[in-house]
Design a protein around this ligand. Structure first.
Ligand code: ZN
Length: 181
């Protein structure tokens, strides 16, 4: 979830965005991720959001393989990304469904849906749209918020926050989606 806060400086690029966790508190000590490394991303946004290039960058440096599609094939692991109208200052939201085997600390995502605020998207910069996509799809593959402002997973996004993961974020993705063998 992303909340907009008051602009800090002049211009859209100075907008501050605050993000709150969507991952349940119980998951903090648990591993959250999809069972298989290939996850389809069904894109219902428009080209201005640059979902395709943003997710192709998100899946670098780990075994995670995000596949951009307009429609997920039947039976695949699928994240649906769409535009909507979110309440208040919120500009992004991810809803996750997951299962947990008894005695296991691993939560397996079975369903993920991302909503990006369409009205906000029309008024903000491409950088913020990409950061919003990176952040929410990051949640949709199991990432929680980062404490540092050098990654799109930071809980507060400013104009200086990247629209892509940091090396530390990629390292977390390697833990969730390790290379086989
Ligand atoms: Zn968030």
């Amino acid at each position: 979830m992303i909340k907009r806060v008051a602009p800090a400086l002049a211009g859209l690029a100075a907008l501050t965005v605050v993000l709150t966790p969507v991952v349940p508190a119980a998951a903090a000590t648990q591993t959250l991720g999809w069972a298989k490394h290939t996850v389809y991303v069904e894109d219902h946004t428009n080209a201005s959001w640059q979902v395709h290039s943003t997710i192709e960058r998100l899946d670098d440096h780990s075994a995670l393989n995000l596949v951009w599609v307009k429609k997920c094939p039947a039976g695949v692991q699928c994240v649906r990304v769409r535009l909507g109208s979110l309440p208040g200052n919120q500009v992004g939201e991810t809803a996750l469904t997951y299962t947990q085997k008894s005695g296991s600390s691993v939560l397996r995502i079975t369903k993920a849906g991302v909503v990006l605020d369409g009205a906000w998207g029309k008024t903000t910069s491409a950088h913020y749209r990409r950061a919003d996509v990176c952040h929410e799809v990051g949640h949709a593959v199991g990432l929680d918020h980062a404490k540092t402002n050098d990654t799109c997973m930071h809980a507060v996004i400013t104009g200086k926050t990247p629209d892509h993961p940091s090396s530390a974020t990629y390292a977390l993705l390697r833990k969730l989606y390790p290379a086989k063998g």
